[in-house]
Design a protein around this ligand. Structure first.
Ligand SMILES: [Fe+2]
Ligand SMILES: [Zn+2]
Length: 446
């Protein structure tokens, strides 16, 4: 594998034309040979690798500009992904990082068509770093979240609502339906599963379990109910509910929320007239609002209000059930921004579950109320609201970190079923049905 004894001080590289070039300068200890002509990856590089006292210097990576030309030795050794260093089944690190000498250095270095091979001084351990990995960390500081083609929407989404069919989704040994469903939720924030059997809640439960296991809360797991205040939450009544996100009082609010209206019957003694659809007459339309779209509007129209809602952290709580008082690990703002990118990451909005607006050094409660009033006003604009009449057979699943939901008041008896699913479990399912394994591992390991 290593021809270091013969070629120790020679650096060879191949031009794109394939003619080997004479060494331009010796490398410290080790061997650097570049790609052979016609071989994958390597032909794209004319790479010069040098062993410096504090790291591998890698020059000649083409394409996008690089942020650095050196990768520290110890960092490389810690990131060895060989069979000895990483458990091949669990992919967990299989060695004690801190048992390795902090001044470890390569003994030999060799470039190959697919990457760089390093033999370490001391124990002679061999590591291999694919060009993809090397390139990534010369150009970037870390992995970034996957690119998602977000589609923001308002009432206009009604003409082409994202949907998959129950039969496609549940087709055995075919993951294309679940890939599409999870990706639609990522891009639009919600999806309908049309054609779901509604005689019993069983099919709905199977649809949700196709994504991931159901999340238990103090309300239970999968629910199937007819309104009744026994659950001690206004969601279980028939009054109108303005747009809100659920479980604002958890440190990790429910990632997905789903519901399916299995039936809607007129009140006893009152039959729906033949002229109008029974649904129209009994009310209970559902409301969806794209919280990211609404936040973009706020940012554009009133950046100061956006800043206030993203900075002031509030208490949230669930206190309606005896013996249960839930609040998050810390106070959270309405608009949670990603610390690294500054982009909106999560909307937390349920005015009924909100606690006392705090006094902070730079924002008074009066200023917070003014900002929240603007936000509330945007959420109620007709072109922001998407009203939809739920129908038996249509399961609605949405991203509770982005899409707010509500409903109009209704009469009669509605039988609803549904559940929550954790965010991380949903994202895992999305990744594993939409990306190749190698890309997923790079993403989650780094
Ligand atoms: Fe809700
Ligand atoms: Zn290793």
């Amino acid at each position: 594998m290593f021809a270091g004894a013969v070629l120790r001080s020679v650096s060879r590289s191949a031009t794109a034309g394939g003619t080997p070039r004479a060494a331009t300068r010796p490398i410290l200890r080790g061997l650097s040979t570049a790609a052979q002509p016609g071989q994958p990856d390597g032909s794209r590089y004319d790479v010069d690798v040098q062993v410096l006292p504090d790291g591998l210097q890698i020059k000649g990576i083409r394409g996008n500009s690089v942020k650095r030309e050196k990768l520290p030795h110890f960092w490389l050794r810690d990131n060895c992904r060989c069979q000895k260093c990483v458990h091949q089944q669990t992919l967990q690190r299989n060695f004690n990082t801190f048992a390795i000498s902090e001044d470890i250095k390569p003994d030999q270095v060799k470039t190959e068509p697919d990457g760089v091979r390093v033999k370490w001084d001391g124990d002679g351990h061999e590591s291999f770093y694919p060009w993809k990995f090397i390139k990534h960390y010369l150009r970037h500081d870390h992995r970034s979240p996957e690119d998602v083609e977000f589609h923001y929407w308002g009432s206009d989404i009604a003409v082409n609502r994202p949907a998959v069919s129950y039969n496609d989704l549940m087709a055995p040994e075919n993951e294309s339906g679940i890939a599409r469903l999870t990706n639609l939720i990522r891009e639009y924030g919600f999806v309908f599963v049309d054609g779901t059997p509604f005689g019993t809640p069983d099919a709905t439960k199977r649809v949700l379990e196709k994504i991931a296991f159901i999340r238990e809360t103090h309300y239970g797991g999968f629910y199937d109910f007819i309104p009744d205040l026994a659950m001690a939450d206004t969601a279980y009544t028939n009054i109108a509910l303005p747009a809100h996100t659920d479980t604002t009082y958890f440190s990790d609010p429910a990632g997905l929320q789903a519901f399916h209206m299995l039936s809607h019957e007129a009140p006893p003694g009152q039959s729906a007239s033949a002229s109008a659809s029974p649904d129209e007459e009994l009310g209970g339309k559902s409301l969806l609002v794209d919280g990211f779209h609404a936040a973009n509007i706020l940012l554009e129209e009133d950046p100061a209000a956006y800043a206030i809602l993203s900075r002031v952290r509030l208490p949230w709580h669930a206190s309606g059930n005896e013996g249960i008082t839930i609040s998050p690990d810390k106070r959270y703002p309405v608009l949670e921004l990603d610390g690294a990118t500054g982009k909106l990451a999560r909307v937390r909005w349920n005015n009924d579950d909100r606690g006392v607006v705090p006094f902070t050094d730079d924002v008074s409660p009066t200023q917070w109320y003014a900002a929240a009033r603007k936000w509330d006003g945007i959420l109620r604009r007709p072109d922001v609201e998407y009203w939809v009449q739920l129908k038996p057979g249509q399961v609605l699943i949405f991203d509770n970190w982005r899409v707010m939901h509500g409903r109009s008041a209704f009469e009669g008896r509605r039988r609803m079923c549904g559940a929550y699913i954790n965010r991380d479990d949903f994202i895992s399912r999305w990744r594993n049905t939409n990306f190749p394994r190698e890309a997923i591992l790079s993403q989650v390991v780094g």
